[in-house]
Every structure is written in structure tokens, then in C-alpha cells.
Design a protein around this ligand. Structure first.
Ligand code: ACO
Length: 336
């Protein structure tokens, strides 16, 4: 059995900055409410027609990660792509990345685990590398939320939170099993599936034909819905549990953590976790202030920025943790 390690990271966000004040011009919201509740100051939105999609942003992030990994694109053995906002209903963006990067005909897998998507994708890549089946796996998290949000006052509880962007990591074989990804921990609780969801178009309740036939401007089923307070309460509990689970599995304590990179759902959630584990500001990386919640892209964007800032050093214990729609949650324990 091998371990896997992250050998290259990259991220891409669109240039277009949307501030809280910008949002207050199109819906009844304000900078004070958004900052107080979420910590978000601004986010990036793709400008319609400028060519960026979930796939193209993922490709841009992947190119940087591959270059930094010091490998050739043809050394990649497998692609895992996490998103809730694919370019097409099907096929998923994994194959589009294979095409657009011009990689040979390797397997491409799409992960549908929303805010936990990147953690699930890393776990999948890790298993393939551990068994020796693949040597280099490209993992991407990318989201284009802005075109699918309800940008009216009706949707303000959700729309102010989400932003667009992409992050990518190249995982590779590590022969020393005291280094790299030590363990991953995944969970789900489908009982709460509808508490944070996008129902339509879906074969279960409302497909495109129903939407067109009804032509109902009040139909909200194709905008994301979130029971914010219920999600918040579950998030703080599950984040804590899954970090403790990962630490205990490796006989580590919270004082051993050098850097925690939590999914950027809400600055208040990150601060709650930081306090619970008695971590200093230096030990928790947050960038939700600049990008909002970019779902599957949030951890790889944050991890890339932390690495670029020199906050991730060889030998450090790095913990990734996420919670989101599903509900799903998970953690990754890394000896860098
Ligand atoms: N601007 C101004 N007022 C607003 C806005 C807004 N953008 N949105 C809602 N309000 C109002 C509401 O209408 C409500 O008004 P009322 O009291 O008159 O009814 C009031 O503000 C309070 O609304 P709540 O929804 O109760 O606000 P809350 O304090 O719960 O904050 C938030 C909302 C920020 C969404 C919070 O609940 C949260 O962060 N939840 C967790 C999010 C999360 O972790 N998601 C998981 C990942 S996402 C994924 O997986 C896709």
C-alpha cells in the first residue's frame, strides 16, 4: 500500500468582483447584514457571455496545478471533478476536462457532493493511489453558481452567500506512509436532503417539461433552497465530530494541527470551530471574505492560497473539513 500526497495546487476565479453594496442594488439586502451573518465582503461572478464555465474555470485551475506538480498532462492517470453546477445535465464536466486539456483517454469521474465534494473527491483519488492502481490523479472542484441564483429579494437568504471559482490539486504516489494523506473520513445523512437542495430540474419531482408546461414565474423549485439556521446548527456539530474522528484515527490531538482549512460556508462557522479546538488565527485559513461560498471549489481555492502564502510547510499537519448539502460531511488528515 502507498500513501498519496498533494504535489501541485492551482486556483482560478473570474475577474468580476461583486460587493455587498452591488447586491443591495438588485435586492433588499445590505453590507452590514451580510458581513455580520457570514463574514462575506465580496464574491466573484462570471460575466455572462465572457466564456467562463464550471469546466473552463476548472481547466484553468488544473493547468496551474499540473505545472506546479512538475508533471506532464499525459502523466495523469485519472480525473475526479466535483461540482453542483455542471455545464451540462449530462455528461459531467470530468470528460470535458479530459477533452479540453487534451489528456489521453483516462477515466473521468464526476462527484455530486456539493460543499463536501472536494473532500469526497480527494478521498476517491487517495484510494486509487493507495491500492497502486493509479499514480497521478487530477482532482478539481469548480462552481459557476451566479447564473443559477435567484437575484431578487426572494432569494437573498441564499444568493448573497455563493460565489464562482475553481481549485485543483494533483495527487501523486508517496512511498513513505508516514507522509501525505494519512486518512479521509466521509459521512452522509440523507434524511435532511431537502434542507439544502435544488429540486428542479430533476426526474423525481419536476423535469424541464413540467417547468415549461407550467410556465409559472412563482415556481422556486429551480433555485437553491436552504434552511439556513438548521444547516448552521448541523454544520458546527458535524465539522467538529469529523475533525475529532480524523485526529483520533491517527492518534493526534488538536494541538498537533498546524493548519485547518475548513470549507468556506460562513465565517461564523469557521470561528466556532476555531474556538472549539482552541486554534489561533494563524492555524485556520479563511478567505470567504473575498470569494463567498464557492462550494466544491472552496477548499482547493483556500488551500492553494494558503500554500502560496507559505502557510503550508513540509512536515505540517494540515486538516481539511467540509459540511454541506446532503447532508454530507468529511475530513482529510494530511502530513504535508
Ligand atoms: N439581507 C438582509 N436580510 C436577510 C437576508 C439578506 N441577504 N437574508 C435573509 N434575511 C432576513 C430574513 O428574511 C430574516 O428576516 P425576518 O427575521 O424578518 O424573517 C432575517 O434576515 C434572519 O434570517 P435567517 O435566515 O434566520 O438568518 P440567519 O441568521 O440564519 O443567517 C445564513 C442566514 C447566513 C444563511 C446562516 O443561516 C448560515 O450561514 N447557515 C449555514 C450555511 C451553510 O453552512 N451552508 C452549508 C454549505 S452550502 C452547500 O452545501 C451548497
Amino acid at each position: 500500500m502507498y500513501n498519496s500526497k498533494i504535489i501541485g495546487l492551482g486556483h482560478y476565479v473570474p475577474d468580476n468582483v461583486v460587493t455587498n453594496d452591488d447586491l443591495s442594488k438588485v435586492m433588499d439586502t445590505n453590507d452590514a447584514w451580510i458581513q455580520e451573518r457570514t463574514g462575506i465582503k465580496e464574491r466573484r461572478h462570471v460575466v455572462k457571455g465572457d466564456g467562463d464555465t464550471t469546466t473552463t474555470m476548472g481547466v484553468k485551475a488544473a493547468k496551474i496545478a499540473i505545472e506546479r506538480a512538475g508533471i506532464d498532462k499525459d502523466d495523469i492517470d485519472f480525473i475526479v471533478f466535483a461540482t453542483l453546477s455542471p455545464d451540462y445535465y449530462f455528461p459531467g464536466p470530468g470528460v470535458l476536462v479530459q477533452r479540453d486539456l487534451g489528456i489521453k483517454t483516462v477515466g473521468a469521474l464526476d462527484v455530486r457532493n456539493q460543499c463536501s465534494g472536494f473532500v469526497y473527491a480527494i478521498s476517491i483519488a487517495d484510494q486509487y493511489i493507495k491500492t497502486g492502481m493509479y499514480k497521478n490523479v487530477l482532482v478539481i472542484g469548480s462552481e459557476l453558481h451566479s447564473h443559477g441564483l435567484d437575484m431578487t429579494t426572494r432569494g437573498r437568504g441564499v444568493s448573497v452567500i455563493f460565489g464562482d471559482g475553481a481549485g485543483a490539486a494533483v495527487l501523486s504516489r508517496e512511498e513513505d506512509n508516514t507522509k501525505g494523506i494519512l486518512s479521509t473520513h466521509l459521512h452522509s445523512e440523507g434524511q435532511h436532503a431537502e434542507e439544502l437542495s435544488l429540486i428542479a430540474p430533476g426526474m423525481g419531482k419536476r423535469w424541464v417539461n413540467d417547468i415549461i408546461a407550467d410556465n409559472d414565474p412563482n415556481d422556486e423549485s429551480y433555485f437553491p433552497y436552504m434552511n439556513g439556521q438548521f444547516v448552521f446548527k448541523n454544520a458546527v456539530v458535524r465539522f467538529s465530530e469529523v475533525i475529532i474522528e480524523g485526529l483520533e484515527k491517527n492518534k493526534l490531538k488538536s494541538t498537533d494541527i498546524n493548519l485547518l482549512v475548513p470549507h468556506q460556508a460562513n465565517l461564523r462557522i469557521s470561528q466556532f470551530i476555531q474556538k472549539k479546538f482552541q486554534l489561533s488565527d494563524d492555524q485556520v485559513f479563511n478567505n470567504i471574505m473575498k470569494y463567498g461560498n464557492t462550494t466544491a471549489a472552496s477548499i482547493p481555492i483556500a488551500l492553494t492560497e494558503a500554500w502560496e502564502a507559505g502557510k503550508v510547510k513540509s512536515g505540517d499537519l494540515v486538516v481539511l473539513a467540509a459540511f454541506g448539502s446532503g447532508f454530507t460531511w468529511g475530513s482529510v488528515i494530511i502530513r504535508w
